[in-house]
Design a protein around this ligand. Sequence first.
Ligand SMILES: CC(C)(COP(=O)([O-])OP(=O)([O-])OC[C@H]1O[C@@H](n2cnc3c(N)ncnc32)[C@H](O)[C@@H]1OP(=O)([O-])[O-])[C@@H](O)C(=O)NCCC(=O)NCCSC(=O)C[C@@](C)(O)CC(=O)[O-]
Length: 302
Amino acid sequence: MSMPQQVRLVEVGPRDGLQNEKQPISVADKVRLVDDLSAAGLRYIEVGSFVSPKWVPQMAGSAEVFAAIQQQPGVTYAALAPNLKGFEGALAAGVKEVAVFAAASEGFSQKNINCSIAESLQRFEPIMAAAREHGVRVRGYISCVLGCPIDGDVAPEQVAAIARELLDSGCYEVSLGDTIGVGTAGDTRRLIEVVGRDIDRSLLAGHFHDTYGQSLANIHASLLEGVAVFDSSVAGLGGCPYAKGATGNVASEDVLYLLNGLGIETGVDMAALVQAGQHICNVLGKANGSRVARALLAREQA
Ligand SMILES: CC(C)(COP(=O)([O-])OP(=O)([O-])OC[C@H]1O[C@@H](n2cnc3c(N)ncnc32)[C@H](O)[C@@H]1OP(=O)([O-])[O-])[C@@H](O)C(=O)NCCC(=O)NCCSC(=O)C[C@@](C)(O)CC(=O)[O-]
């Protein structure tokens, strides 16, 4: 398997990153983040979620964020939708691409979306039908592909079966999420090998959280297996409310540094990305979670 020459980065910071923040974040700050990210050259940005505000209060203002961002040509601005109500909210906000999200473990499915895996897949059917009718593209996520904070080990065959169902129902791509960041490069290769038996690897994306510091190794392992789409979060924003100590996604800056070093094309400007990440960290009063951003900013100040 040869390494891809081009990689698509899916920037999930405004959604996966910010959804876990307890402090209020203004619509203006969220809009600035999204606009900074598109200006940095990111061509796919997950802007928000149309989920129950009782479950994820931070995403309640997603429609306002969509209304205020400066949508650039060639950039996909996506949102999460867990059910038809969420899809309709997204549609009303003018969203052209949504993501549905399932889990590979029953425990996480119940905790995150209050239903079994089978029920969640059934719940997506009316979304897929409505999406077809309105010309909205649907991406699929599977959480806990390399381990679950509630159920423990997850069989790659289980992930493969759910990925197959999501693609058969109409998702154009499935993002495999190591939600609690426990997986190693070996686990990642085995997972892609099993999922890839029946599914073309061009239909898979990797979504690695960095809790155990393995995310870049897992991305490299995925690249060697022919995966060419990766989700990441600027400044490593994020966490997981159901796993104590879980950190955010792999930082976008760190992924870009890895890809630049491999000569893989992304079209993203490092300096602008670092500025975007540092600005939102200043707003949140948080340390920057990207090691690359910290190193580059320290060099600037030296
Ligand atoms: C799925 C539900 C709604 C089920 O939640 P439920 O309580 O079973 O739903 P329900 O249908 O019984 O509705 C309960 C209330 O929520 C409202 N409601 C219902 N749906 C919506 C909606 N779409 N938008 C706004 N409101 C909604 C509904 O109207 C009702 O309001 P009430 O009558 O009580 O006032 C809930 O569990 C939920 O919203 N969960 C979302 C959880 C979430 O967003 N998690 C984070 C994203 S997933 C993730 O981060 C992982 C990922 C993707 O990044 C990959 C990885 O790292 O693994």
